[in-house]
Design a protein around this ligand. Structure first.
Ligand code: ADP
Ligand code: MG
Length: 483
């Protein structure tokens, strides 16, 4: 194994979530009755002509800008000709020699030495991102094959990496990063189970130190991120075994069978000329103006990794909480709104959002759109704690109530009488009583064992039923002990 370097390049197809298809106004939605989201253009009936959906171009420009690609000022459409039932026109409209986006890179985060520790970042080079139409979906049952053209004509971007990955750890991180960024800017939902993201993997090996690439094998039918990694691992072993036994790897396309854990030859080397690419005469070339590109680039929000770095530096948030808050657009927008309402305690707000809010949403099966608790209300809750109006313990109860009813925390605190009413005299007396009642921890504390104070603290918290803030107890207890 350590004699060879593994080289991997991925071709990832992602469905853009535009409301309508790439060259016609029919919508696309996953899970509809087969062949109901079609029209003459999708079915390629004679006499029909494609009309470009501008939204797909605009989204692809945004994607290109996220990954630092060069955006072409001019591009065109080509026909990729092949004869197969999933393509009713016998060609697929794609971009061959003038893709919309060229070069660029995907920043990936390799998992740290342990989970929850920030991992290393590196950039995986991209070759291009081009736009094309999706084709129909074939399903095979015994000796019958069924075709569903619903997804045919849906805009697909193909993100082609350079042969720049060297392990399945990198492949995993690459796919995760693609998914995170594309979801973050709202370009796609990237659900592999729904075919919204599909990946073909090109794998080769070469002796360590060699500069020429080895012969590649393309793997298809990789239906989940773990499927991609398993398929590649198997392919690496297969190629090493071939070479070790004196054979050669042949260039071919292989089909991964996840159930059997094996791959099978689909077809041997096919070349671009097999597809007889030529410019589509039905569509004019596109020119993109500077102002249009600029407008799209401006729409791209601060991206997860940059946001994370900023939060760690400016807000002093720990890595663990930023990796929850920054990697999801809904969460980070929510957090930022809360922060705008109350900026004094970002850590507390981040913790409520990343822990309590997410947990409650999962428990109650609530999506973002159905959420009744508003960011400003979480901000208010944190403020109530900071101002010592509400204890942390009571705040948990208030939160559950807020989540269920959408009421303001102040109102709940009033209705339920949860406001901290500390009788300082009584609290001081309680501290003195506890000090008398527990001589052992008191002696230990005075001898320098600071943790011994926790026994006393616990007693007071129990007797005040969690209504007194812990820092208040701390302060008073220390005063009494040092008196
Ligand atoms: P083809 O002409 O066969 O389509 P491309 O050069 O267009 O090949 O590359 C297709 C994909 O295969 C790209 O993602 C690229 O990074 C990857 N690739 C190309 N050569 C190799 C190789 N020797 N080993 C691994 N991946 C490769
Ligand atoms: Mg190619």
């Amino acid at each position: 194994m350590d004699k060879y370097e593994v080289v991997i390049g991925l071709e990832v197809h992602v469905q853009l979530n535009t409301t309508t298809k790439l060259f016609t106004q029919v919508p696309y939605r996953y899970g509809e009755e087969p062949n109901t989201l079609v029209d003459e253009v999708v079915l390629g009936l004679p006499g029909t002509l494609p009309v470009l959906n501008k939204a797909a171009i605009l989204k692809t420009v945004q994607v290109g800008s996220v990954f630092g690609c060069k955006i072409a000022r001019k591009c065109k459409w080509d026909r990729k000709n092949y004869f197969y039932p999933d393509a009713p026109k016998n060609y697929q409209i794609s971009q061959y020699d003038q893709p919309l986006c060229v070069g660029g890179f995907v920043e990936i985060e390799l998992e740290g030495p342990a989970r929850n520790i920030q991992g290393q970042h590196r950039k995986v080079a991209l070759n291009r991102i081009h736009l094309e139409e999706d084709v129909g979906k074939l399903t095979h049952f015994g000796d019958e094959s069924w075709i569903d053209f619903n997804r045919a004509g849906t805009p697909l971007i193909e993100i082609v990496s350079e042969p720049d990955m060297h392990s399945t750890t990198e492949v995993f991180a690459y796919l995760k990063s693609l998914e995170m960024h594309l979801k973050f800017i709202g370009a796609s939902n990237c659900d592999m189970e729904k075919g919204q993201m599909r990946c073909d993997a090109n794998v080769s090996i070469r002796p360590i130190g060699a500069t020429q690439l080895g012969t590649k094998v393309e793997l298809k039918n990789l239906n989940s991120i773990s499927g991609v990694c398993n398929g590649i691992e198997h392919e690496i072993r297969r190629q090493i075994a071939l070479v070790e036994s004196g054979d050669k790897v042949v260039q071919e396309t292989r089909r991964w069978d996840a159930d059997k854990g094996e791959s099978f030859t689909m077809r041997s080397k096919e070349d671009a000329h097999d597809y007889r690419y030529f410019t589509d005469p039905d569509l004019c070339p596109i020119s993109l103006s500077e102002s249009m590109i600029e407008e799209q680039v401006k729409k791209v929000p601060e991206l997860p990794f940059a946001k994370q770095e900023r939060y760690m530096k400016e807000l002093r948030l720990p890595y663990t909480v930023t990796s929850v808050v920054c990697y999801d657009r809904n969460l980070s927008d929510y957090f930022e709104s809360a922060l705008q309402a109350y900026s004094k305690n970002p850590i507390a707000i981040a913790n409520w959002v990343a822990n309590d809010l997410l947990r409650e949403m999962a428990d109650k099966n609530t999506g973002w759109s159905a959420l009744s608790i508003k960011p400003a209300q979480i901000a208010e809750l944190v403020q109530l704690i900071d101002e010592q109006i509400l204890s942390k313990q009571s705040a948990k109860k208030v939160f559950t109530d807020m989540f269920a009813t959408g009421k303001n925390p102040r109102q709940i605190v009033q209705e339920k009488g949860l406001e901290i009413k500390v009788d300082l005299q009584a609290l001081k007396k309680l501290c003195e009583e506890v000090i008398v009642a527990f001589p052992k921890p008191v002696a230990e504390f005075r001898a320098g064992k600071e943790k011994a104070i926790n026994v006393l603290k616990g007693q007071i918290m129990r007797q005040t039923q969690g209504k007194v803030p812990v820092n208040m107890i701390d302060k008073l207890l220390l005063e009494c002990l040092n008196a």
